[in-house]
Design a protein around this ligand. Structure first.
Ligand SMILES: *[C@@H]1O[C@H](CO)[C@@H](O)[C@H](O)[C@H]1NC(C)=O
Length: 250
């Protein structure tokens, strides 16, 4: 997985052009970040978003719990570039993380996996950062890039075939929020909203028989759009299985 890294540098001569060039670029905001311990420094598989194992390993475990950026679960799966600001200890590019959990710290926006926190540091400076415990950071939202993956969704393990279907969205590229999900029976044009259950999980009781089509409301830089995946879920869906939507968000 690869992220676009374009940290902005304000050259004197570019100050006038800056608003024109960077209209689609989010600027850095100041905050603080800390870290959490996990057995292998990967993410927490029981994170509030409901990602399960994906939340542990996505982006090589460079993940974070966030507080206000969680936005009641809508912020799950969003990507941020986080850099710490102490020039002695901190690397220039910092780390690109995926939001997988909710977490409040001492005036922090990010609680990073130890793996991600290590990446804030210059070579051989990680111990110093861990000793500080909390660091001043700058962050900005960036486009998620998951090379080789379409938008996928997983049928949650707590689903029960055939009467209770819960899904969670994986590998949403770009700077997009999935704000609603609807389903319909194959070859039927009647769309029914799924319920926002918790984190990034949407669910539905007594789903239609036969294969199920899904559509997702995507809120991105281009505004609100619906993207549709026909027969996204096979008739005999399985709890725990991930399905490819054939949709590529940008
Ligand atoms: C927050 O999300 C929960 C479920 O995830 C939902 O029940 C609740 O209505 C949401 N609250 C707001 C203010 O959107």
């Amino acid at each position: 997985m690869r992220f676009t890294i374009e940290k902005h540098i304000v050259f004197l001569g570019l100050v006038v052009l800056f608003p024109l060039i960077c209209t689609s670029q989010s600027t850095f905001k100041s905050s603080r970040a800390t870290y959490y311990d996990s057995p292998d420094d990967y993410g927490n598989p029981r994170g509030a978003c409901g990602f399960g194992e994906y939340g542990r390993t996505v982006n090589y475990g460079n993940v974070a719990g966030v507080s206000r950026l969680y936005r009641n679960g809508t912020g799950c799966g969003a990507c941020y570039q986080v850099t710490c600001t102490n020039p002695r200890y901190c690397s220039y590019d910092g780390v690109n993380i995926v939001v997988t959990d909710y977490g409040q710290g001492d005036r922090t926006d990010f609680i990073l996996s130890s793996r991600a926190y290590t990446k804030l540091a210059k070579p051989n400076m990680a111990l110093e950062l861990f000793a500080l415990g909390v660091v001043d950071v700058e962050y900005r939202r960036i486009s998620c890039k998951f090379s080789g993956y379409n938008l996928m969704f997983k049928v949650n393990e707590n689903s029960r075939y055939p009467q209770y279907l819960a899904i969670i969205i994986l590998y949403a590229e770009g700077q997009n929020d999935i704000t609603a999900v609807e389903l319909s029976q194959e070859n039927d044009d009647e769309w029914k909203p799924m319920r926002k259950a918790f984190g990034a999980v949407f669910d539905f009781s007594n789903p239609p028989e036969g294969s199920i089509s899904l559509r997702f409301q995507v809120k991105g830089s281009a505004g609100n759009t619906w993207v549709q995946s026909n027969n996204a879920i096979p008739s005999y869906w399985k709890p725990g299985a991930a399905y490819d939507s054939n949709i590529q968000l940008t």
